[in-house]
Design a protein around this ligand. Structure first.
Ligand code: CS2
Ligand code: MG
Length: 402
Protein backbone atom coordinates (compact mmCIF):
# COMPACT_ATOMS: atom_id res chain seq x y z
CA UNK A 1 0.00 0.00 0.00
CA UNK A 2 1.28 3.52 -0.74
CA UNK A 3 0.32 7.03 0.37
CA UNK A 4 -1.01 8.84 -2.69
CA UNK A 5 -2.42 12.13 -1.32
CA UNK A 6 -2.12 14.23 1.83
CA UNK A 7 -4.56 17.14 2.22
CA UNK A 8 -4.78 19.66 5.05
CA UNK A 9 -8.06 21.42 5.90
CA UNK A 10 -8.52 24.40 8.22
CA UNK A 11 -12.18 24.94 9.06
CA UNK A 12 -14.04 26.95 11.69
CA UNK A 13 -17.39 25.35 12.72
CA UNK A 14 -17.45 27.52 15.87
CA UNK A 15 -13.68 27.30 16.35
CA UNK A 16 -10.74 26.51 14.10
CA UNK A 17 -9.66 22.90 13.50
CA UNK A 18 -6.76 21.59 11.40
CA UNK A 19 -7.56 18.22 9.81
CA UNK A 20 -5.15 15.96 7.93
CA UNK A 21 -6.47 13.52 5.32
CA UNK A 22 -4.17 10.74 4.07
CA UNK A 23 -5.29 8.74 1.02
CA UNK A 24 -3.76 5.48 -0.25
CA UNK A 25 -3.60 3.55 -3.54
CA UNK A 26 -5.82 0.82 -2.04
CA UNK A 27 -8.73 3.16 -1.32
CA UNK A 28 -8.21 3.49 2.43
CA UNK A 29 -8.32 7.01 3.91
CA UNK A 30 -7.15 8.11 7.34
CA UNK A 31 -7.83 11.31 9.28
CA UNK A 32 -5.75 13.11 11.90
CA UNK A 33 -6.11 16.20 14.08
CA UNK A 34 -3.34 18.81 13.90
CA UNK A 35 -5.09 21.68 15.66
CA UNK A 36 -2.97 24.15 17.64
CA UNK A 37 -5.31 26.72 19.15
CA UNK A 38 -4.40 30.21 17.90
CA UNK A 39 -1.56 28.96 15.65
CA UNK A 40 -3.53 26.79 13.20
CA UNK A 41 -2.07 28.19 9.97
CA UNK A 42 1.49 27.61 11.21
CA UNK A 43 0.77 23.89 11.52
CA UNK A 44 -1.09 23.78 8.21
CA UNK A 45 1.87 25.38 6.42
CA UNK A 46 4.32 23.01 8.15
CA UNK A 47 2.30 20.05 6.95
CA UNK A 48 1.72 21.29 3.38
CA UNK A 49 5.28 22.54 2.76
CA UNK A 50 7.55 20.37 4.89
CA UNK A 51 5.75 17.08 5.51
CA UNK A 52 3.27 16.07 2.79
CA UNK A 53 5.69 16.10 -0.19
CA UNK A 54 8.10 13.81 1.70
CA UNK A 55 5.52 11.11 2.44
CA UNK A 56 3.90 10.55 -0.96
CA UNK A 57 4.72 7.01 -2.13
CA UNK A 58 5.63 5.72 1.34
CA UNK A 59 4.00 2.70 3.00
CA UNK A 60 1.36 4.01 5.45
CA UNK A 61 1.80 0.90 7.62
CA UNK A 62 5.36 2.01 8.49
CA UNK A 63 3.99 4.50 10.99
CA UNK A 64 6.89 4.09 13.45
CA UNK A 65 9.48 4.80 10.75
CA UNK A 66 7.47 7.75 9.47
CA UNK A 67 7.16 9.12 13.01
CA UNK A 68 10.95 9.12 13.44
CA UNK A 69 11.45 10.40 9.90
CA UNK A 70 9.36 13.47 10.89
CA UNK A 71 10.83 13.78 14.41
CA UNK A 72 14.53 12.94 14.10
CA UNK A 73 14.67 13.85 10.43
CA UNK A 74 13.41 17.41 11.05
CA UNK A 75 16.60 18.22 12.97
CA UNK A 76 14.62 20.96 14.75
CA UNK A 77 12.98 18.56 17.17
CA UNK A 78 10.03 19.08 19.50
CA UNK A 79 7.84 22.16 19.86
CA UNK A 80 4.05 22.57 19.56
CA UNK A 81 3.92 23.22 15.79
CA UNK A 82 6.18 20.32 14.80
CA UNK A 83 4.52 17.85 17.18
CA UNK A 84 0.97 18.82 16.16
CA UNK A 85 1.95 18.24 12.53
CA UNK A 86 3.47 14.87 13.39
CA UNK A 87 0.35 14.05 15.41
CA UNK A 88 -1.92 14.75 12.44
CA UNK A 89 0.00 12.36 10.21
CA UNK A 90 0.49 9.70 12.89
CA UNK A 91 -3.17 9.64 13.87
CA UNK A 92 -4.21 9.29 10.22
CA UNK A 93 -1.77 6.38 9.72
CA UNK A 94 -3.12 4.52 12.77
CA UNK A 95 -6.62 5.15 11.40
CA UNK A 96 -5.62 3.58 8.06
CA UNK A 97 -3.94 0.59 9.71
CA UNK A 98 -6.93 -0.14 11.94
CA UNK A 99 -9.31 0.24 8.98
CA UNK A 100 -7.16 -2.18 6.97
CA UNK A 101 -7.36 -4.66 9.86
CA UNK A 102 -11.11 -4.12 10.16
CA UNK A 103 -10.64 -3.31 13.85
CA UNK A 104 -11.21 -0.36 16.19
CA UNK A 105 -7.85 1.23 16.99
CA UNK A 106 -7.82 0.03 20.61
CA UNK A 107 -7.54 -3.56 19.42
CA UNK A 108 -4.19 -2.77 17.78
CA UNK A 109 -2.88 -1.35 21.09
CA UNK A 110 -3.66 -4.46 23.12
CA UNK A 111 -7.42 -4.51 23.42
CA UNK A 112 -9.78 -3.02 25.99
CA UNK A 113 -8.64 -2.93 29.62
CA UNK A 114 -12.08 -1.59 30.69
CA UNK A 115 -15.63 -1.43 29.44
CA UNK A 116 -15.96 2.36 29.43
CA UNK A 117 -13.95 5.56 29.88
CA UNK A 118 -14.65 7.83 32.85
CA UNK A 119 -14.81 11.45 31.70
CA UNK A 120 -15.07 14.88 33.29
CA UNK A 121 -16.54 18.06 31.89
CA UNK A 122 -16.55 21.81 32.66
CA UNK A 123 -18.79 23.94 34.90
CA UNK A 124 -18.15 27.55 35.68
CA UNK A 125 -19.72 30.80 36.81
CA UNK A 126 -18.79 34.36 37.65
CA UNK A 127 -20.30 33.90 41.11
CA UNK A 128 -19.90 30.87 43.38
CA UNK A 129 -23.66 30.32 43.33
CA UNK A 130 -23.59 30.22 39.52
CA UNK A 131 -20.76 27.69 39.53
CA UNK A 132 -22.60 25.53 42.07
CA UNK A 133 -25.71 25.57 39.89
CA UNK A 134 -23.67 24.88 36.74
CA UNK A 135 -22.16 21.85 38.41
CA UNK A 136 -25.63 20.65 39.40
CA UNK A 137 -26.69 20.86 35.76
CA UNK A 138 -23.70 18.70 34.77
CA UNK A 139 -24.57 16.12 37.41
CA UNK A 140 -28.10 16.05 36.00
CA UNK A 141 -26.56 15.23 32.61
CA UNK A 142 -24.97 12.16 34.15
CA UNK A 143 -21.42 13.33 34.81
CA UNK A 144 -19.77 12.25 38.04
CA UNK A 145 -16.62 14.34 37.58
CA UNK A 146 -16.62 18.09 36.92
CA UNK A 147 -13.92 20.74 36.61
CA UNK A 148 -15.19 23.91 38.26
CA UNK A 149 -13.90 27.43 37.69
CA UNK A 150 -15.21 30.69 39.17
CA UNK A 151 -14.85 34.43 38.65
CA UNK A 152 -12.71 36.43 41.05
CA UNK A 153 -14.16 39.59 42.66
CA UNK A 154 -12.25 42.61 41.45
CA UNK A 155 -11.08 40.94 38.23
CA UNK A 156 -13.14 41.71 35.12
CA UNK A 157 -12.50 38.55 33.09
CA UNK A 158 -10.90 35.33 34.27
CA UNK A 159 -10.24 32.71 31.58
CA UNK A 160 -12.59 29.76 31.64
CA UNK A 161 -15.23 31.35 33.87
CA UNK A 162 -17.49 32.82 31.18
CA UNK A 163 -20.68 31.15 29.98
CA UNK A 164 -18.98 29.61 26.94
CA UNK A 165 -15.81 27.54 26.91
CA UNK A 166 -16.48 25.66 23.67
CA UNK A 167 -16.46 28.10 20.73
CA UNK A 168 -13.74 30.65 19.97
CA UNK A 169 -14.14 32.73 16.82
CA UNK A 170 -12.71 35.95 15.46
CA UNK A 171 -15.84 37.74 16.65
CA UNK A 172 -14.40 37.50 20.13
CA UNK A 173 -10.67 37.12 19.60
CA UNK A 174 -9.51 38.78 16.37
CA UNK A 175 -6.53 39.93 18.46
CA UNK A 176 -5.49 38.47 21.82
CA UNK A 177 -7.90 39.72 24.49
CA UNK A 178 -6.03 41.08 27.51
CA UNK A 179 -7.07 39.77 30.91
CA UNK A 180 -6.02 40.94 34.38
CA UNK A 181 -4.88 38.54 37.08
CA UNK A 182 -4.32 38.72 40.83
CA UNK A 183 -3.15 35.66 42.73
CA UNK A 184 -3.84 37.48 46.00
CA UNK A 185 -7.52 37.78 45.01
CA UNK A 186 -7.62 34.23 43.59
CA UNK A 187 -6.15 32.19 46.47
CA UNK A 188 -8.83 32.89 49.14
CA UNK A 189 -11.66 32.47 46.62
CA UNK A 190 -11.05 28.90 45.56
CA UNK A 191 -11.46 27.20 48.98
CA UNK A 192 -14.75 29.14 49.30
CA UNK A 193 -15.83 27.69 45.95
CA UNK A 194 -15.07 24.09 46.90
CA UNK A 195 -16.61 24.47 50.34
CA UNK A 196 -19.85 25.53 48.61
CA UNK A 197 -19.59 22.71 46.03
CA UNK A 198 -19.15 20.01 48.67
CA UNK A 199 -21.99 21.50 50.77
CA UNK A 200 -24.31 21.50 47.75
CA UNK A 201 -23.30 18.30 45.97
CA UNK A 202 -21.79 16.03 48.63
CA UNK A 203 -18.54 14.10 48.90
CA UNK A 204 -19.01 11.46 46.22
CA UNK A 205 -18.68 13.51 43.05
CA UNK A 206 -15.18 14.12 41.65
CA UNK A 207 -14.12 17.78 41.75
CA UNK A 208 -11.31 19.16 39.58
CA UNK A 209 -9.80 22.63 39.17
CA UNK A 210 -7.39 24.28 36.74
CA UNK A 211 -5.00 27.11 37.72
CA UNK A 212 -3.69 27.62 34.19
CA UNK A 213 0.00 27.99 35.20
CA UNK A 214 -0.60 31.20 37.20
CA UNK A 215 0.91 30.38 40.60
CA UNK A 216 4.40 30.08 42.04
CA UNK A 217 5.28 26.75 43.65
CA UNK A 218 4.75 28.02 47.20
CA UNK A 219 1.40 29.58 46.23
CA UNK A 220 0.43 26.27 44.63
CA UNK A 221 1.45 24.49 47.85
CA UNK A 222 -0.76 26.86 49.84
CA UNK A 223 -3.74 26.24 47.57
CA UNK A 224 -3.20 22.49 47.57
CA UNK A 225 -3.12 22.44 51.35
CA UNK A 226 -6.17 24.74 51.68
CA UNK A 227 -8.14 22.40 49.41
CA UNK A 228 -7.23 19.14 51.18
CA UNK A 229 -10.49 19.07 53.21
CA UNK A 230 -12.42 19.00 49.89
CA UNK A 231 -10.52 15.99 48.50
CA UNK A 232 -10.20 17.12 44.89
CA UNK A 233 -9.66 14.59 42.15
CA UNK A 234 -6.86 16.88 40.94
CA UNK A 235 -5.47 20.41 40.82
CA UNK A 236 -4.25 21.12 37.30
CA UNK A 237 -1.47 23.27 35.85
CA UNK A 238 -0.64 25.03 39.10
CA UNK A 239 2.63 26.49 37.84
CA UNK A 240 4.46 26.66 34.49
CA UNK A 241 6.17 23.28 34.21
CA UNK A 242 9.28 24.13 32.22
CA UNK A 243 11.03 23.95 35.59
CA UNK A 244 9.93 20.44 36.47
CA UNK A 245 11.95 20.54 39.72
CA UNK A 246 9.60 23.26 40.97
CA UNK A 247 7.01 20.61 41.65
CA UNK A 248 9.16 19.14 44.42
CA UNK A 249 8.19 22.11 46.60
CA UNK A 250 4.49 21.65 45.93
CA UNK A 251 4.72 17.93 46.61
CA UNK A 252 6.39 18.51 49.99
CA UNK A 253 3.43 20.51 51.28
CA UNK A 254 0.24 18.95 50.04
CA UNK A 255 -1.50 15.64 49.34
CA UNK A 256 -3.92 17.16 46.84
CA UNK A 257 -3.38 15.19 43.59
CA UNK A 258 -1.64 17.14 40.80
CA UNK A 259 -2.22 17.03 37.03
CA UNK A 260 0.02 18.61 34.39
CA UNK A 261 0.80 18.30 30.74
CA UNK A 262 -1.75 19.62 28.27
CA UNK A 263 0.91 21.91 26.80
CA UNK A 264 3.57 19.18 26.73
CA UNK A 265 4.60 17.96 23.31
CA UNK A 266 7.17 15.28 24.10
CA UNK A 267 7.95 12.83 26.88
CA UNK A 268 10.98 15.00 27.79
CA UNK A 269 8.63 17.72 29.04
CA UNK A 270 7.43 15.34 31.76
CA UNK A 271 10.36 12.96 32.35
CA UNK A 272 11.37 14.28 35.79
CA UNK A 273 7.78 14.94 36.88
CA UNK A 274 6.94 11.30 36.19
CA UNK A 275 10.18 9.68 37.40
CA UNK A 276 10.02 11.49 40.75
CA UNK A 277 6.25 11.04 41.02
CA UNK A 278 5.84 14.79 41.35
CA UNK A 279 2.46 14.51 39.61
CA UNK A 280 -0.44 12.06 39.76
CA UNK A 281 -1.91 12.51 36.27
CA UNK A 282 -0.24 13.25 32.94
CA UNK A 283 -2.42 15.40 30.66
CA UNK A 284 -0.60 14.78 27.38
CA UNK A 285 -3.03 14.34 24.48
CA UNK A 286 -2.84 12.92 20.94
CA UNK A 287 -2.77 16.17 19.00
CA UNK A 288 -0.13 17.98 21.08
CA UNK A 289 2.11 15.05 22.03
CA UNK A 290 2.80 13.64 18.56
CA UNK A 291 -0.07 11.20 18.02
CA UNK A 292 -0.83 7.68 19.30
CA UNK A 293 2.73 6.46 18.58
CA UNK A 294 4.15 8.96 21.10
CA UNK A 295 1.24 9.15 23.52
CA UNK A 296 1.22 5.43 24.27
CA UNK A 297 4.94 5.67 25.15
CA UNK A 298 4.20 8.52 27.56
CA UNK A 299 1.33 6.53 29.05
CA UNK A 300 3.51 3.44 29.51
CA UNK A 301 6.35 5.47 31.05
CA UNK A 302 3.87 7.10 33.43
CA UNK A 303 2.48 3.69 34.34
CA UNK A 304 5.91 2.59 35.60
CA UNK A 305 5.77 5.42 38.17
CA UNK A 306 2.22 5.32 39.63
CA UNK A 307 1.16 8.17 37.33
CA UNK A 308 -2.21 7.82 35.62
CA UNK A 309 -3.46 9.29 32.39
CA UNK A 310 -5.75 12.33 32.18
CA UNK A 311 -5.80 13.29 28.51
CA UNK A 312 -6.60 16.88 27.66
CA UNK A 313 -9.93 17.03 25.82
CA UNK A 314 -11.08 20.64 25.58
CA UNK A 315 -13.08 21.68 22.53
CA UNK A 316 -9.98 23.08 20.84
CA UNK A 317 -8.87 19.53 20.17
CA UNK A 318 -10.95 18.31 17.25
CA UNK A 319 -13.32 15.35 17.61
CA UNK A 320 -10.65 13.32 15.79
CA UNK A 321 -8.20 13.87 18.66
CA UNK A 322 -10.88 13.03 21.20
CA UNK A 323 -11.82 9.90 19.29
CA UNK A 324 -8.21 8.74 19.07
CA UNK A 325 -7.67 9.53 22.76
CA UNK A 326 -10.63 7.31 23.66
CA UNK A 327 -8.95 4.28 22.08
CA UNK A 328 -5.82 4.88 24.15
CA UNK A 329 -8.01 5.50 27.21
CA UNK A 330 -9.79 2.17 26.71
CA UNK A 331 -6.46 0.34 26.39
CA UNK A 332 -4.17 2.06 28.93
CA UNK A 333 -3.59 -0.05 32.06
CA UNK A 334 -2.98 3.18 34.01
CA UNK A 335 -5.97 5.10 32.68
CA UNK A 336 -7.19 7.86 34.99
CA UNK A 337 -9.80 10.09 33.37
CA UNK A 338 -10.60 11.75 30.03
CA UNK A 339 -11.55 15.42 29.69
CA UNK A 340 -14.62 15.99 27.53
CA UNK A 341 -15.82 19.57 27.36
CA UNK A 342 -18.20 18.69 24.56
CA UNK A 343 -18.78 19.97 21.02
CA UNK A 344 -21.57 21.88 19.34
CA UNK A 345 -23.79 20.17 16.76
CA UNK A 346 -22.17 22.43 14.16
CA UNK A 347 -18.75 21.05 15.04
CA UNK A 348 -19.97 17.46 15.07
CA UNK A 349 -21.59 17.93 11.63
CA UNK A 350 -18.06 18.26 10.24
CA UNK A 351 -16.81 15.23 12.21
CA UNK A 352 -19.22 12.25 12.12
CA UNK A 353 -18.14 9.98 15.00
CA UNK A 354 -18.67 6.53 16.47
CA UNK A 355 -18.03 7.40 20.14
CA UNK A 356 -20.93 7.35 22.56
CA UNK A 357 -21.59 9.04 25.91
CA UNK A 358 -23.70 7.59 28.72
CA UNK A 359 -23.89 8.28 32.46
CA UNK A 360 -20.59 10.14 32.65
CA UNK A 361 -18.64 7.62 30.59
CA UNK A 362 -17.51 7.55 26.97
CA UNK A 363 -16.73 4.65 24.65
CA UNK A 364 -14.92 5.04 21.30
CA UNK A 365 -17.24 2.61 19.54
CA UNK A 366 -16.16 -0.39 17.47
CA UNK A 367 -16.00 1.11 14.00
CA UNK A 368 -12.76 0.21 12.18
CA UNK A 369 -10.14 2.91 12.77
CA UNK A 370 -10.45 5.64 15.40
CA UNK A 371 -14.11 6.06 14.54
CA UNK A 372 -14.15 9.72 13.50
CA UNK A 373 -14.58 10.86 9.90
CA UNK A 374 -14.28 14.28 8.25
CA UNK A 375 -16.98 15.78 6.03
CA UNK A 376 -15.14 18.03 3.56
CA UNK A 377 -18.37 19.52 2.20
CA UNK A 378 -19.60 20.52 5.66
CA UNK A 379 -16.14 21.84 6.55
CA UNK A 380 -16.10 24.09 3.48
CA UNK A 381 -19.14 25.93 4.86
CA UNK A 382 -17.00 27.16 7.78
CA UNK A 383 -13.89 28.98 6.56
CA UNK A 384 -10.98 29.77 8.85
CA UNK A 385 -11.33 32.81 11.13
CA UNK A 386 -8.20 34.00 12.90
CA UNK A 387 -8.83 33.79 16.64
CA UNK A 388 -6.39 34.14 19.51
CA UNK A 389 -6.21 32.91 23.05
CA UNK A 390 -6.05 35.77 25.57
CA UNK A 391 -2.91 37.12 27.19
CA UNK A 392 -2.74 37.71 30.91
CA UNK A 393 -1.34 40.66 32.86
CA UNK A 394 -1.02 41.41 36.56
CA UNK A 395 -2.78 44.49 37.90
CA UNK A 396 0.45 46.51 37.53
CA UNK A 397 0.66 45.56 33.85
CA UNK A 398 3.24 42.78 34.14
CA UNK A 399 2.73 40.20 31.38
CA UNK A 400 2.00 37.08 33.39
CA UNK A 401 1.75 33.31 32.86
CA UNK A 402 -1.41 31.64 31.78
C1 CS2 B 1 -7.98 24.05 29.62
C2 CS2 B 1 -8.09 24.24 28.14
O1 CS2 B 1 -9.38 22.19 29.33
C3 CS2 B 1 -8.42 22.65 29.97
O2 CS2 B 1 -7.80 22.03 30.85
O3 CS2 B 1 -6.69 24.29 30.13
O4 CS2 B 1 -9.38 24.67 27.85
C4 CS2 B 1 -7.10 25.22 27.57
O5 CS2 B 1 -7.33 26.46 28.13
C5 CS2 B 1 -7.26 25.27 26.06
O6 CS2 B 1 -7.07 23.98 25.57
C6 CS2 B 1 -6.26 26.23 25.44
O7 CS2 B 1 -6.37 26.17 24.04
MG1 MG C 1 -6.05 22.90 31.51
Amino acid sequence: MKITEIDVFVSCPGRNFVTVRVRTDEGLTGFGDATLNGRELAVAAYLREHVAPCLIGRDPFRSEDIWHYLYRGAYWRRGPVTMAAIAGIDTALWDIKAKAAGMPLYQLLGGAARDKVLCYTHAQGREISEAVDAMGARLDQGYSAVRVQVGIPGLANVYGTGANTVTNTAADNALPPEETWSTAKYLPRIPQLFDALRAAHGDEVHLLHDSHHRLTPIEAARLGRDLEPYRLFWLEDMVPAENQEGFRLIRQHTTTPLAVGEVFNTIWDAKLLIEEQLIDYIRATCVHAGGPTALRRIMDFAGLHHVRTGCHGAADMSPICLGANLHLDLWAPNFGIQEYSGYTDEMLSVFPHAWRFADGYLHPGDAPGHGVEFDETEAAKHPYQRAFLPVNRLEDGTLWHW
